[in-house]
Ligand binder design. Structure first.
Ligand code: ZN
Length: 253
């Protein structure tokens, strides 16, 4: 039993997961940081001299492509070394038992997919591929070692490549956004994991569910604006400890 959490809240959450027919999960930076992903604004050393807005924007890439791509190369390398924690595998279990479990995420590191979670809706894109900054129509390319041999990497048309993540000042991908809102509007249970509840639109998804009288299970070591809302069951602890406990109650093992 998790010491941070009264057991009755775990079993209440487990009952809700078991009863749900169209459950959806939404994850934020906290899910990744438990696996060791450095938070975006807390970069070490050299990168601290630069503002994230100057690196992660179209203007930043055009102005200083080598510097920005060196930064992405480091981020990618850091991501590749990470392994999903037990919380990811607990979600894999729920997904395979229920047959369906769409997952909305603000994370770009691909850890959900690495654990084997399917149907991941990425609101902020994915660090695993890059495409033409001038949208010439060439297909996106996978981020591999060879891509970084000469910086900046270039599209077959000669333009610079840009990572397929949402950069500062850009719109979120339309289809991902449409699906996320549709799921918030149609699910019968939402689980919100490691989300600070300050980044729109992810922060509004549980509110849409709550307004329809749908329960929300929040898993976060910190108290957030969502924690005290009617209809929210808030489990304060790490996803890596709480999710496996819920799964153990529902599916045994
Ligand atoms: Zn191109």
């Amino acid at each position: 039993m998790n010491e941070l959490q009264p057991g009755n809240l775990i079993s209440e959450a487990a009952d809700m997961v078991e009863a749900a027919r169209s459950m959806v999960v939404s994850t934020g930076a906290g899910m990744s940081s438990e696996s060791g992903v450095r938070t975006f604004r807390g970069e070490d050393g050299f990168w601290r001299e630069h503002r994230a807005e100057d690196l992660a924007s179209i203007e930043g890439i055009r102005k200083n492509p080598e510097l920005v791509w060196e930064w992405y190369r480091e981020r990618l390398k850091a991501c590749e070394e990470l392994e999903p924690h037990a919380g990811y595998y607990a979600l894999v279990t729920i997904q395979s038992e229920k047959g369906i479990l769409p997952l909305i995420t603000q994370n770009v590191d691909g850890l959900h997919q690495k654990a084997g979670i399917e149907d991941v809706i990425e609101l902020h894109g994915n660090l695993g591929s890059a495409s033409c900054i001038d949208r010439c129509g060439a297909p996106s390319v996978e981020m591999t070692e060879e891509l970084f041999e000469e910086l900046p990497p270039r599209c077959s048309c000669g333009s610079i490549l840009r990572p397929d993540v949402v950069l500062f000042g850009e719109q979120l991908p339309e289809e991902a956004l449409r699906r996320a809102f549709h799921l918030a509007d149609s699910c019968d249970l939402m689980m919100v994991i490691g989300t600070s509840m300050v980044v729109y639109p992810a922060s509004s998804l549980p509110l849409i569910a709550l307004q329809r009288g749908v329960k929300v299970i929040e898993i976060n070591p910190e108290v957030t604006p969502l924690s005290s809302l009617d209809g929210t069951i808030s489990l304060h602890g790490t996803a890596g400890s709480i999710l496996p406990e819920i799964v153990k109650v529902v599916y045994g093992g």
